[in-house]
Design a protein around this ligand. Structure first.
Ligand SMILES: [Zn+2]
Length: 137
C-alpha cells in the first residue's frame, strides 16, 4: 500500500513516505494538518489527513508474483513439488496483501477541527488578491 496526496499545483499525485494502516495511525505521525512538498513540482502545501488516499502499490505485488512463480516452477524439478508450490503461493499472497490498499484507510475520514468556512474565505481572498478576474462575490 502506498499513501498518496493529490497536488493542486501540478494536478499529479505524489507518494508520502509515512507508513500508516489507517488515517488515525497517520494522524499520530503527521498531526491533523501537516505541510508536504510535492515530489513532482516542489510546491509546499498544507494538507489535512483526509487529503491522503491509500492506493495499492504495484511493486510488492509484481516482485512477489515473479518470485512466487520462479519458486513454483523450480519446485517442479524436485521430488516434492507441492511444497514448492505452497511456498510460492505464500510468497505471492504475502506480496498482494502488502501491496493492496486496505479498505479501512479510505473509509475512515477524520472530522476537521479547523473552521472550514474560514479557510475557504481565506482562499477566496487570496485568489482575489492575485487578480483573478473571474472572482465574484
Ligand atoms: Zn505538484
Amino acid at each position: 500500500m502506498a499513501l498518496v496526496i493529490h497536488c493542486h499545483a501540478c494536478q499529479k499525485n505524489f507518494t508520502i513516505p509515512e507508513k500508516a494502516k489507517t488515517r488515525i495511525d497517520l494522524e499520530q505521525i503527521t498531526g491533523e494538518y501537516f505541510r508536504k512538498v510535492c515530489t513532482n513540482c516542489a510546491a509546499e502545501t498544507e494538507y489535512h489527513i483526509n487529503d491522503v488516499t491509500a492506493e495499492s502499490d504495484k511493486t510488492p505485488m509484481l516482485i512477489s508474483s515473479i518470485i512466487g512463480l520462479v519458486v513454483m516452477f523450480g519446485g517442479l524439478f524436485f521430488p516434492r513439488p507441492f511444497i514448492a508450490i505452497g511456498i510460492g503461493g505464500a510468497i505471492m499472497s504475502a506480496g498482494w496483501i502488502a501491496g493492496n490498499a486496505p479498505d479501512g484507510f479510505n473509509q475512515y475520514r477524520a472530522p476537521r477541527s479547523r473552521d472550514i468556512e474560514r479557510d475557504r474565505k481565506i482562499r477566496e481572498e487570496m485568489k482575489f488578491r492575485k487578480g483573478d478576474t473571474n472572482f465574484n462575490t
